[in-house]
Structure formats: structure tokens, C-alpha cells
Write a protein that binds this ligand. Structure first.
Ligand code: IDP
Ligand code: MG
Length: 152
């Protein structure tokens, strides 16, 4: 991101803005708290499209596989327990620069550090219970989309 500010509302794509897909997750505490529609609205207000949406529950095995890069982290077991504690909503989000744009809209991992207006600032409860996930690169977006949407 080129500044500390959230990207403005929808900006028209031009020939240099790649159309991308990214994987989003609305995490269990945000689903339970009834924030799904508000989060989907925010994503769409920022010019991103919800291409696909699935509600599901992760098993411990699936949650551990999804977060395998964090296996060695001290918070890994808690993260797996948290992500299996209730239903989640998995999203394919598309648009110009969707990966970076959605990451910016999510805000910092820790809601206390997140900028005003970001999803994590508004809906996150803690560095763990931070309302949403988003792919951090186009490579990981492809891997994560394939993880949840076999037919895409
Ligand atoms: P990200 O979701 O912003 O990409 P990652 O470092 O990839 O952040 O961590 C994955 C998830 O693990 C976070 O979204 C959060 O739910 C949890 N997490 C990250 N760091 C901590 C921590 O220090 N304590 C507890 N949970 C954490
Ligand atoms: Mg991450």
C-alpha cells in the first residue's frame, strides 16, 4: 500500500490493474455475533465482488491444513481450536487488485493496530479473534481458493 490510508471506494479498473481473485473467510466469532451481512456490505462498498460464498464448519484436520504455515507458532493450537469453534463463511472475492485491496480493507492482524474503517478495527475482538481472513499473495489466493472450492 502506498499510504496509511484505506483505498477509497471503488476506483475504475484500467489496463494496469490486474483483475484478481482472493480468498476471504468470515471467522467464527464474527458469524456468531451476526456481522456477516455488514462485512459483506463493506467488501462490496469498496468495489470488490463476492463471487462465491459457502458456509461450513472446519474439522481440526482441515483447520490445521489450512494454517499449516503457522504450525510452529505458539498460537497454532489455539488458532485451530478457534477456527473450529463455529461456522465460518468462505468467500471468493474478485476485483482489480483484489488481494492487496482486501488485505488493506481487513486491516492489521491485531485490531488494536488496525486503522479506522477496517473490518478488523470495526469487528475484531483480539489479535486471535480478528473477524476475517484474507489471502496474502496471489499464489496463496490460488492455493486457498482451491482448498475450499474444488471446482474453481
Ligand atoms: P493474518 O491473518 O493477518 O495474515 P497471520 O500472521 O497469518 O495473520 O496469522 C493467522 C491468524 O492467526 C491471525 O489472523 C489470527 O487469527 C491468528 N494469530 C496471529 N498472530 C497471533 C498471535 O500472536 N496470537 C494469537 N493469534 C494470532
Ligand atoms: Mg496470514
Amino acid at each position: 500500500m502506498n499510504s496509511g490510508h484505506l483505498p477509497s471506494q471503488s476506483s475504475p479498473p484500467n489496463s494496469e490493474t490486474p483483475l484478481e481473485k482472493t480468498l476471504g473467510i468470515i471467522k467464527p466469532e464474527a458469524v456468531t455475533a451476526g456481522h456477516v451481512e455488514a462485512i459483506l456490505d463493506l467488501i462490496q462498498q469498496h468495489g470488490l465482488k463476492i463471487e462465491k460464498k459457502r458456509k461450513l464448519s472446519l474439522t481440526r484436520e482441515l483447520a490445521a491444513a489450512f494454517y499449516e504455515i503457522h504450525q510452529q507458532k505458539p498460537f497454532f493450537n489455539d488458532l485451530v481450536s478457534y477456527m473450529t469453534s463455529g461456522e465460518i463463511i468462505v468467500l471468493i472475492i474478485s476485483g482489480a487488485n483484489a488481494v492487496a485491496k482486501y488485505r488493506a480493507l481487513m486491516g492489521s492482524t491485531d485490531p488494536l493496530q488496525a486503522e479506522p474503517g477496517t473490518i478488523r478495527k470495526i469487528f475484531g475482538e483480539s489479535i486471535e479473534r480478528n473477524a476475517v481472513h484474507g489471502s496474502d499473495s496471489t499464489e496463496n489466493a490460488s492455493r486457498e481458493i482451491a482448498f475450499f472450492f474444488k471446482d474453481v
